[in-house]
Design a protein around this ligand. Structure first.
Ligand code: SIN
Length: 356
């Protein structure tokens, strides 16, 4: 009899435990779901000392990054995945394709409401723009990094990561396109650029400024880019992209770099020209030869702001060139790589550069 009473008691206890409201789970279920895709960079960097500048980027694994910022669990339901563990100077097409495909899959399968990508700052602007051009969802994709490694005194990574999660979880971030969120500022992927080598306030948009500001756990948006076309480039199944070289313009430049690119068999050249994308005569002749050989030639500018306009000092139509509009050379290269998967017709390429 005692045995039966004991069994009944246990059954009753189990039933009662199951019937308890799961307060914690219910609360977290209401939070937006954010997946953090880690790629390395200084935000995952570690150094010997908290005060010395030397460190190695891409050392700290995603789980440690997440554990360092427990506050993010109050903002979103978090999952982390390690996509790569590199300094972003080693970022490459293979990783871009992997990232883009994974983000598209996450949104197609409704695995998350927003994605954060942790990334080195050196090439973050290029990855952000690649994702802007290839991710087919209005859900937020937020890139974040740090200028100081995770082991440094006054490191910026933890705060930036929390802010980025908050931006990705915010309903206001729907439809703003891919953004970067660092140092309390949100920038459109198309416009953002790294402007200072070591300072924390490095990300800027020289032509247009930030689209949003982050403070005290909130993001406020002020502007939205009109250059985020709905028609994205389809990279599913692609293993590589056309080879594009950037050639830098300078006083008394020789045509050697352009000639080497032609010999190499590149599919496109982005010329980082002087002023409004200008070149001297020897470089101009080499670029014209490249265009005649079927290589797409895009004039961009080394100036860092403004845009490159058609038909000023250069007859682009006659020479077979296109202009990058306000894209800096490294972003013009990203767009040209993707555009060449569709066409290498001069007019169609130019239309793409004026639309995206
Ligand atoms: C990198 O881009 O991976 C190194 C520099 C940084 O993250 O700030």
């Amino acid at each position: 009899m005692k045995k039966i009473i004991n069994v009944l008691f246990v059954v009753l206890l189990v039933f009662q435990v199951q019937a308890q409201p799961k307060k914690h789970n219910q609360a977290t279920k209401e939070l937006p779901r954010v997946i953090i895709l880690a790629t390395g960079g200084t935000i995952a960097g570690a150094g010997e000392s908290s005060t010395k500048a030397a460190y190695t980027a891409g050392k700290v694994p995603i789980d440690d990054l997440l554990n360092a910022v427990p506050e993010m669990h109050n903002v979103a339901q978090i999952k982390g995945e390690q996509i790569a563990q590199i300094g972003s100077q080693d970022m490459n097409v293979e990783t871009w394709l992997k990232l883009s495909n994974r983000i598209n899959e996450i949104f197609e399968k409704n695995e998350a409401d927003g994605v954060v990508v942790t990334h080195g700052t050196d090439t973050q602007e290029e990855t952000a723009y690649f994702l802007e051009l290839t991710v087919k969802s209005a859900k937020p994709v937020v890139l974040v990094g740090a200028m100081r490694p995770s082991t440094a005194m006054s490191q910026d990574g933890n705060r930036n990561l929390l802010d980025a999660v908050m931006v990705a979880a915010s309903p206001n971030s729907k439809d703003v396109g891919v953004v970067t969120a660092m140092n309390e500022e949100v920038y459109a992927a198309r416009d953002v650029t790294k402007t200072v080598t070591t300072n924390m306030a490095t990300f800027k948009s020289r032509n247009f400024g930030p689209i949003g500001l982050i403070y005290d756990g909130k993001v406020s948006y002020y502007y939205k880019t009109l250059r985020s076309p709905e028609q994205k480039f389809d990279v599913k199944g692609l293993k590589k992209l056309p080879q594009i070289e950037i050639v830098y313009g300078y006083a008394d430049a020789s045509p050697k770099a352009v000639n080497a690119a032609i010999e190499e068999g590149v599919k496109g050249i982005v010329y980082a020209g002087m002023g409004n994308g200008n070149f001297n005569a020897p470089v101009g002749e080499a670029l014209e030869r490249a265009a005649k050989n079927g290589i797409a030639v895009c004039r961009s500018a080394r100036a860092g702001a403004g845009r490159v306009t058609l038909f000023n000092e250069v007859d682009d139509q006659a020479l077979g060139f296109v202009v990058a509009d306000d894209l800096n050379p490294q972003k013009a290269r990203v767009l040209l790589m993707l555009a060449l998967t569709k066409t290498n017709n001069q007019k169609e390429l130019q239309d793409i550069f004026f639309a995206y």
